[in-house]
Design a protein around this ligand. Structure first.
Ligand code: DLL
Length: 418
C-alpha cells in the first residue's frame, strides 16, 4: 500500500508542478521540487492548502484537466463563507463510486437492499454520491432527496426500504413525523440500517436514534472538497475506514502543526492521491479526529479515523474556555428527560460571553409543577458546568418548538461581533 501511495503521490506532484500555476507557485515558494519527493514521508515537505485557496482560485483555477474532460460540478454548501466549486472527470466519479461501494459493502449493503437516499440531490454531494455507490453494489435506490417527509415515510413502507441514508437530524425528524402518523419503524417498516453523516453527531445521539427507530446506525464521512461522502464505519462501528489508496490522511497538532501519532487527536489534513480534475495536496480540512491505533476486528487493514468530534473552526471560546458543540450534545444525551433537539446561542453582554442552551424536553418529562421544571433546569446547568467548565444558561422548551432541519442541522447561533 505504501508503495502504491508513493507512486500516486509522485505522479500527482509532478503533474501539478508542471501543469498548474497555483501548485507550481506554492511549491516554489516553499522551496520544494518534485524531485525532493523520494519517499512517502516526504509529503511533509509539501505546502498546505486551505479553504481560502479554493475561494481565491474560484471557479476553476485549481482544476488540472481541460474543461472538456470535466463531466460534473458540485458546489459546497457555503455555510462558512463563499461557496466552492469541485469538478470531476469520469475517472474521478469512478473512484468516488468505488470508495462508497467498498464502504457500503463493509456494512453489508448489497443486492438485497433497498436504499432510500434522503440526502440532498443537486449541488450538494450527498445524494448523488451515495446513489452511485449504492447502484454499484447492486442495491435498489430510492432517490428521495430531502423534504416531503410524510411521502418519504409512505414510500419507505410501500417499497420495503431496508436502509436509509440521511443526516442524523433528518432521521430524528422523520421518526417524530412517523410517530405522529402512527407509524412504528419496528412494526411497520423493514428498515434495519441507517447511514448517517454530513454533520457532527455523538455516540449518545446514535443510541437515541437506535432506540427511536430500531435501526443500526453507521457513520459516513466526507467533504465536498474531497469529492463528497466516501468513507463509513464497518459492521464493527469502531471508527471510519479510509481507503488509503484514494486518500492519504495526516493528523496535525492544530497549534504547533506537528504531525501526530496514531491515537493522538488533532486536525485532519488530506491528500487525494488519485483525483484528476480537482486534486488536493495537504488540504487542511479542519475536522478534528485521530487515526486509530488498534486493528479492526472486521479484518480490514485500512486505517481508521475516529468519529469527527467537531471542526477546529466550530470551537466556541466562551469566557476564554474552549467549548465544542459536540460536548454540549454529549452532556444532553445522558439526561433521560432531554428530547432530541437543542440550540446553542452565544451572546456578549457588557463584555461578558453568555451561552444559552435551549433544550426540548420530552413530553412525558414536562410537568405543571414549576419547582420540578426548575430542578431539572438546574440539574442540566450543573452537569454542563461540570463537563464544560463554563456556566451555561439552560432554557427548557416544549417538544416540537425548536427548528427542524431537512439537511444539515444548524445548532449554533453566535451573535457576538468580533
Ligand atoms: O457533508 C459530504 C457528506 C454528504 C458527508 C453526505 C456525509 C454524508 P460538506 O457539505 O462539504 O460535505 O461538509 C463537510 O461536514 O468537513 C465535517 O465538518 C462535516 N461532516 C461530514 N460528515 C460528518 C460526520 C458533506 N460523519 C463537513 N461526522 C466536514 C461529523 C461530518 N462531521
Amino acid at each position: 500500500m505504501k508503495k502504491m501511495q508513493y507512486t500516486s503521490l509522485k505522479k500527482l506532484v509532478e503533474n501539478l508542478y508542471q501543469n498548474n500555476q497555483f501548485y507550481h507557485d506554492r511549491m516554489k515558494a516553499q522551496g520544494v521540487l518534485p524531485s525532493d519527493i523520494t519517499c512517502l514521508k516526504d509529503i511533509s515537505k509539501l505546502p498546505f492548502m486551505y479553504k481560502q485557496d479554493l475561494r481565491d482560485y474560484y471557479p476553476t483555477k485549481l482544476f488540472t484537466v481541460p474543461n472538456t474532460d470535466v463531466v460534473r460540478y458540485h458546489v459546497s454548501s457555503g455555510t462558512t463563507g463563499k461557496p466552492t466549486l469541485v469538478g470531476y472527470t469520469q475517472n474521478d466519479i469512478g473512484y468516488w463510486t468505488e470508495a462508497l461501494a467498498r464502504s457500503l459493502t463493509s456494512i453489508g449493503v448489497g443486492k438485497d437492499d433497498i436504499i432510500q437516499i434522503s440526502y440532498g440531490y443537486g449541488l450538494f454531494t450527498g445524494g448523488l454520491g451515495l446513489h452511485y455507490g449504492a447502484e454499484a453494489v447492486g442495491a435498489t435506490v430510492l432517490p428521495s432527496g430531502t423534504g416531503g417527509t410524510e411521502r418519504q415515510l409512505e414510500l419507505m413502507q410501500d417499497l420495503g426500504v431496508t436502509t436509509i441514508a440521511c443526516t442524523p437530524s433528518y432521521l430524528i425528524h422523520m421518526a417524530t413525523v412517523a410517530k405522529k402518523m402512527g407509524i412504528d419503524f419496528r412494526r411497520d417498516t423493514k428498515l434495519t440500517k441507517a447511514i448517517l453523516g454530513a454533520e457532527p453527531w455523538t455516540e449518545g445521539m446514535r443510541q437515541r436514534i437506535e432506540e427511536m427507530t430500531g435501526v443500526k446506525a453507521y457513520d459516513v464521512y466526507g467533504t465536498s472538497e474531497q469529492g463528497g461522502p466516501m468513507f463509513t464505519e464497518c459492521e464493527e462501528r469502531k471508527g471510519i475506514h479510509i481507503a488509503s489508496d484514494i486518500m492519504y490522511v495526516e493528523i496535525l497538532d492544530p497549534e504547533t502543526g506537528e504531525v501526530l501519532e496514531p491515537g493522538q487527536k488533532g486536525e485532519m489534513v488530506v491528500t487525494m492521491l488519485r483525483k484528476e480534475a480537482f486534486p488536493l495536496i495537504r488540504y487542511k480540512i479542519k475536522d478534528l479526529t485521530c487515526i486509530m491505533d488498534d486493528e479492526c476486528e472486521c479484518g480490514r487493514t485500512s486505517p481508521r479515523i475516529d468519529r469527527i468530534s467537531g471542526r477546529s473552526d466550530d470551537m466556541l471560546i466562551i469566557r476564554g474556555i474552549n467549548v465544542f458543540p459536540s460536548q454540549v450534545e454529549h452532556v444532553l444525551m445522558q439526561i433521560p428527560q432531554v428530547g432530541d433537539q437543542y440550540m446553542i446561542i452565544v451572546e456578549r453582554e457588557e463584555d461578558l460571553d453568555r451561552m444559552t442552551v435551549q433544550i426540548e424536553i420530552k413530553n412525558e418529562a414536562f410537568s405543571d409543577k414549576i419547582e420540578e421544571m426548575v430542578a431539572l433546569q438546574k440539574r442540566i446547568e450543573y452537569e454542563m458546568k461540570k463537563y464544560l467548565n463554563v456556566a451555561v444558561v439552560v432554557e427548557l422548551k416544549e417538544s416540537g418548538s425548536l427548528p427542524r432541519f431537512e439537511g444539515k442541522a444548524k445548532r449554533v447561533i453566535d451573535k457576538r461581533v468580533f
